[in-house]
Design a protein around this ligand. Sequence first.
Ligand code: AMP
Ligand code: MG
Length: 405
Amino acid sequence: MLPAFSPLGEEEVYLTESSGRYLSRDLVAGLDSPPFDNSAMDGYAVRASDVALAEPDAPVRLPVQGESRAGGPLPGDLEPGAACRIFTGAPMPSGATAVVIQEDTDSDADGVLIREASHQGKHVRARGSDVRAGTILLRAGARIGPGEIGLLASQNISRVQVYRRPKVALLSTGDELRALGDPLEPGAIVNSNLYVLTDMLHRLGAIPVALPAARDTLPEIESALRTALEADVVITMGGVSVGAYDFVQEAFKNVGIEPRFWKVRIKPGKPLAFAQHAGKPVVGLPGNPISAMVTFEILVAPCLRKMLGDPQPHPQPVLARLRDAYTRRPGRVEIARAVATREGDEIIVALHGQQGSGSVPSFVGINALVILPSDATELAPGTQVEAILWGSGLMGSRSPFDTIG
Ligand code: AMP
Ligand code: MG
């Protein structure tokens, strides 16, 4: 599927609206950062050579020549043998080479007593020491988060070029489906997959476009598909299996969507279909709620991350150990819902007791998808497995500082 998904064009957005977006170009620093030599501490700016011999018992006395504070008037040149009162973030006076922290000084009417030697550059944040103008700040493909926003803001970059966010049409199929809040007559259920996938798309940074659910008839599905094909990606839900009312694949063919493959050897999620319309990706997800979520997360989300501009779109599994024994039938790779916790040096995964593909409550509280090899049968407690951390990952009641003491 992955080759069918490519980044769309780029667009310019304000930095303040760029959270979660992927840069489409390398960004070069326009400024030195810090932009001027400044003090890292409150104290006195000096020439290091003037205080080289200072000791607690043999302080050096210097006259104080003015002050420099953050945002204040620029200080004049520092004369040899003098000190300048200085505060954190304030520009260094020209001639000064070090800062002596306030705690190592005493001041009186005649000047300041320096009680510790300092060396060149001590407590000075030199111009350009973090970033030199002209160097690469961030590479294309970087995702904008708090750290990136801080860096770009400090460079006075207010707009960035990012990849466009794909519009993803969500087309549910099924006579039984009702929109949230609609009355539920006997035999009807809420179209819960629509709301699940809308949330999952939001989290990725794609734009969900919810279409009205189509009933299980060829004409209705075909006409909904034609509308859906206006989006960048089409995702259908349900009707893709072998039942007498599963019309989705036939409807694909009738509107010129060409099948690529059908059925994947994973559990849950076997009846997934992948197809393309003039290159545009069309994914037929199974309707069972758990199958839809798992196949979306494992197979579709990496493709969409690639389309969003992520150069490394695959989730990296961690190694974990099974808490409990698990017996299963071999044949398909199984993607099991689990709760992961840290115990000592290890991640322990407790598989949810209900691994059926229709059980909606079994995804609540889950923070890991455990990948069980297709040939595994009897899995003993402690068996090492791969797990994809999901949602907010490992969280718990212990603060990270508890172990530091
Ligand atoms: P299907 O894949 O159409 O055979 O549906 C399989 C099961 O998933 C059936 O029990 C459907 O009622 C249910 N289902 C299908 N689509 C949805 C949906 N959008 N939301 C919730 N359940 C669904
Ligand atoms: Mg159906």
